[in-house]
Design a protein around this ligand. Structure first.
Ligand code: GLU
Length: 378
């Protein structure tokens, strides 16, 4: 569904924004997937991301299909009121498409728990009663789940830990470079730092910083909140996003946008393993080069499945009108990711393919089985 949304801006003018929601497959359950606000959003991108959600939910063995939403806008140049109007208008225009048992949105690039609260309120106002389970990633005080904010990052960190085990390498003092310091990269740096790893470099859209002895990600977060970017962090060397990707390190975590590791830089990647925090950060051409060079790639549909996993836990809590403790949420997340990781490794070993192909075989197999068993109606 593509919608045109007229929004009244602060200066009194009216701007028309393009909104998109793509539903890919619902054989295993309701459509599920985030909504991103970004100037480069296109129908093709959202479609690809919707398909990735189908495979991700299947790999994590969640009872969901895949969807994605997007609005072409630059949230950095908009006021909070403009973003609220845009979100409410978008919700009202995709209203017929979404619903707690139909299609459940969530946060993605440049959307957050406040965005989800507006979606929940708009949908609920239109229904006439409160429907928290129509959206996940809500604020904790508005029926969101404890641990949802950091869930994608926690899943990425667990994937890094499992990869270290898989490679027979200690996680302690492992050198980690992270591209992106937002919803995913920011908390992943903190959780991995807590696990004993060394965060040697991080970046955001304005550039990167490098400190071979390891950065304190909490201080970097404070600096970013103050200065608007990680760049300029005291004592660290300034590097470009491109330099970050090709740094010598144990784990490289692309946690920004898609198509970052390409045929143009894949030859120069020096990391032992890449753990994909973002969706689609590696192009198929780069994937092939990395595979030939023996760089292990832990694919997005496994590595970043922590977010949608806790979205599922939030949805179940909402449907049951229950609230679980952080320990309960985190231990369910942990077991889901560890079991998905081991199923992917087993599938890859069985067919002698990469982890990405193993994850795809597992995911497509599960979806195909559901489609076959459902049969054709009538
Ligand atoms: N946007 C996140 C993702 O790409 C989360 C989706 C969700 O929780 O539904 O996985």
């Amino acid at each position: 569904l593509i919608v045109s949304m007229p929004i009244r801006m602060e200066d009194g003018s009216v701007k028309v924004f393009k909104g998109i929601r793509v539903q890919h497959n619902n054989a295993r359950g309701p459509y599920k997937g985030g909504i991103r606000y970004h100037p480069n959003v296109t129908v093709e991108e959202v479609t690809a991301l919707a398909m990735l959600m189908t495979w991700k939910c299947a790999v994590a063995d969640l009872p969901y299909g895949g969807a994605k939403g997007g609005v072409v806008c630059n949230p950095k140049e908009m006021t909070k009121t403009e973003l609220e109007r845009l979100t409410r208008r978008y919700t009202s225009m995709i209203y017929e498409l979404i619903g707690p048992l139909v299609d459940i949105p969530a946060p993605d690039v440049y959307t957050d728990s406040q965005t989800m609260a507006w979606i929940m309120d708009t949908y609920s106002q239109m229904k006439g009663y409160q429907v928290p389970e129509v959206v996940t990633g809500k604020p904790v005080s508005l029926l969101g789940s404890l641990g949802r904010n950091e869930a994608t990052s926690r899943g990425v960190a667990i994937s890094v830990r499992e990869t270290a085990k898989h490679l027979n390498k200690p996680l302690k003092d492992a050198k980690i470079a992270i591209q992106g310091f937002g919803n995913v990269g920011g908390y992943a740096a903190q959780i991995l730092h807590e696990m004993g790893a060394k965060i040697v470099a991080v970046s955001d859209s304005k550039g990167g910083i490098y400190l071979p002895d390891g950065l304190n990600p909490y201080s970097v977060m404070e600096h970013k909140n103050r200065a608007g970017s990680v760049v300029g962090f005291d004592g660290a060397k300034t590097i470009s996003n491109e330099e970050l990707l090709t740094l010598k390190c144990d784990f490289l975590i692309p946690a920004a946008l898609e198509n970052q590791i390409t045929a143009a830089n894949a030859e120069r990647i020096q990391a032992t393993a890449i753990v994909e925090g973002a969706n689609g950060p590696t192009t198929p051409e780069a994937d092939k080069i990395l595979h030939e060079r023996g760089v292990l790639v832990v694919p997005d549909i496994l590595a970043n499945a922590g977010g949608v996993t806790v979205s599922y836990l939030e949805w179940v809590q909402n449907l049951k009108r229950e609230t679980w403790t952080l320990d309960e949420v985190n231990s369910k997340l942990e077991s889901k990711i560890v079991s998905a990781y081991s199923s992917v490794v087993q599938t890859a070993r069985k067919y002698e393919v990469s982890l990405r192909d193993g994850a795809m075989l597992l995911a497509v197999g599960r979806v195909a089985e559901a489609i076959k068993l459902l049969g054709i109606w009538p």
